[in-house]
Design a protein around this ligand. Structure first.
Ligand SMILES: Cc1ccc([C@@H]2N[C@@H](C)[C@@H](O)[C@H]2O)cc1
Length: 450
């Protein structure tokens, strides 16, 4: 353990109500929307394969041309209520919404720069419309904010000269002003999702960022901030120099999911995921593998089974409408969630050994276990290894028939559930009502002595 002034200020998970609620979300929606949705990954007939929200850096569009896209931003089809209804239909419990991406364009009328929605034909406050619409749907809002800001004249990638440092001091004030402005304008938001914090200029601001995080938490008690916001005084990010998680949850799972429970180190975490391989902003041409509803349902179950939240990205078009492929996925996921949401919401890592047929989740604060089944084996027997001294009182299908199973005990703390051959086109959930064995080991078998 080394002494740190600006490392993590907490070991272990937060136990307050705001974080408990966040921990139980299970499924969230990410929305990437901004000027990049206007070109939609192409310019002058040329399609760029990189992520569409990064088109400004692909040198396809002259920077000045991209930067003046605010003058053509007029999303006539934008309807935050419709977005919130789609999220509701999908079963998302929270939304993470881009207030400002790397290009620096602000979707709220910030007082601290002209580069905002106010100086566009649209004029109105989009962040407010989104916050109000999602609040009305009972879906919590977290605001995405990119520290890196390609538009601001004082942004620097590193601090090499005195002039750089003088400029970056102005940039730090600007960043703090915008964050306090967001938390003041939109007091119902539950957290901030930071991005664009990997460059040396910001990594060198351990003391400033630490102080700013403290100030934001004081302004908004219960505010949820992930591990990507700030580095410690040794430049360590996500985990400080003592290996302790920075912030309230690990924000490292971007377009990837932990392979096993050990990889999450007992922390809270979210996984943010694109539908194509790598497009956050709207790209008119979705190329390569487009994830299906079943894949995304499986990713949701897999994240919840390891104690995380799965956050699926939507990239609305330049006119503000959501593309049909995303509407279709939201509907498919939502139809599954309507039937099986009990196995996802307010659930956590069950502590059961992972089996090939799918994922275990556990209803927080109870002994209720869910088996989210994706792969029925040719034997149609689902293997369950229970933790020691656990007995299975009941096992039944969560949905439709509520078919009851009688687990066959095949060895110490090991059971088979025998399924009837049935047509499966969607994953399904089996509920295990368990209890601690009052006496003995909860099994009629004894373990081998070795
Ligand atoms: C190398 C890289 C930098 C930033 C990103 C941004 N983080 C995601 C959440 C999107 O906002 C993407 O633009 C992705 C990759």
């Amino acid at each position: 353990q080394i002494t740190l002034l600006h490392g993590s200020h907490r070991v272990g998970k937060r136990s307050d109500a705001a974080m408990e609620k966040w921990r139980g979300y299970g499924l969230g929606q990410f929305i990437h929307w901004g000027l990049y949705a206007i070109p939609g990954g192409a310019w002058n007939g040329k399609q760029y394969n990189g992520a569409a929200e990064w088109i400004r850096s692909w040198n396809g569009i002259p920077k000045s041309t991209y930067d003046s896209l605010n003058y053509s931003f007029n999303p006539t089809a934008f309807d935050a209520k419709a977005w919130a209804k789609t999220a509701r239909q999908m079963g998302a419990k929270y939304v993470t919404f881009t207030t400002k991406h790397h290009d620096g364009f602000c979707l709220w009328p910030s007082k601290y720069t002209k580069y905002t929605v106010k100086n566009s034909p649209y004029k109105k406050d989009i962040v407010k419309a989104v916050v109000d619409a999602y609040d009305q749907e009972g879906i919590d809002v977290i605001l995405y904010f990119s520290v890196m800001d390609w538009n601001h004249p004082d942004w620097r990638y590193d601090l090499k000269t005195k002039e750089d440092s003088i400029a970056f001091e102005r940039f730090k004030k600007f960043t703090r002003n915008q964050l306090i402005e967001l938390l003041t304008n939109y007091p119902t938001v539950k957290g901030l999702w930071f991005d664009g914090t990997w460059d040396k200029s910001w990594v060198k601001q351990a003391a400033f960022a630490d102080e700013l995080e403290t100030e934001m938490r004081k302004l908004r008690p219960g505010l949820i901030i992930g591990s990507r916001f700030r580095a410690d005084e040794n430049g360590k990010r996500h985990f400080d120099s003592n290996g302790v998680l920075m912030g309230d949850y690990e924000q490292g799972w971007e377009r990837k999911i932990p392979a096993k429970i050990e990889d999450v180190h007992g922390n809270d975490w979210d996984c943010v995921m694109t539908v194509p391989e790598n497009q956050w902003g709207y790209n008119a041409a979705w190329n390569g593998h487009i994830k299906t509803g079943n894949e995304l349902i499986e990713m949701t179950a897999r994240c919840v089974s390891m104690g995380g939240n799965f956050v699926l990205n939507f990239g609305p078009k330049g006119d503000g409408s959501i593309r049909q492929e995303e509407i279709k996925l939201a509907t498919e996921i939502g139809d599954w969630m309507k039937i099986n949401q009990e196995a996802i919401y307010n659930c956590e890592y069950a502590g059961y050994e992972k089996q090939d047929w799918g994922y275990f989740t556990k209803k927080s604060g109870t002994d209720k276990i869910y088996m989210v089944v994706f792969n029925v084996p040719v034997s149609a027997a689902l293997r369950i290894k229970t933790p020691p001294k656990t007995i299975i009182k009941k096992a039944y299908l969560l949905a439709d028939t509520q078919e009851v199973f009688s687990p066959e005990e095949i060895s110490g703390d090991e059971y088979f559930l025998h399924l009837k051959k049935r047509e499966q086109s969607k994953p399904f959930v089996i509920v295990l009502e368990t209890a601690k064995a009052e006496k003995g080991n909860g099994t009629k078998y004894e373990k081998a002595k070795i």
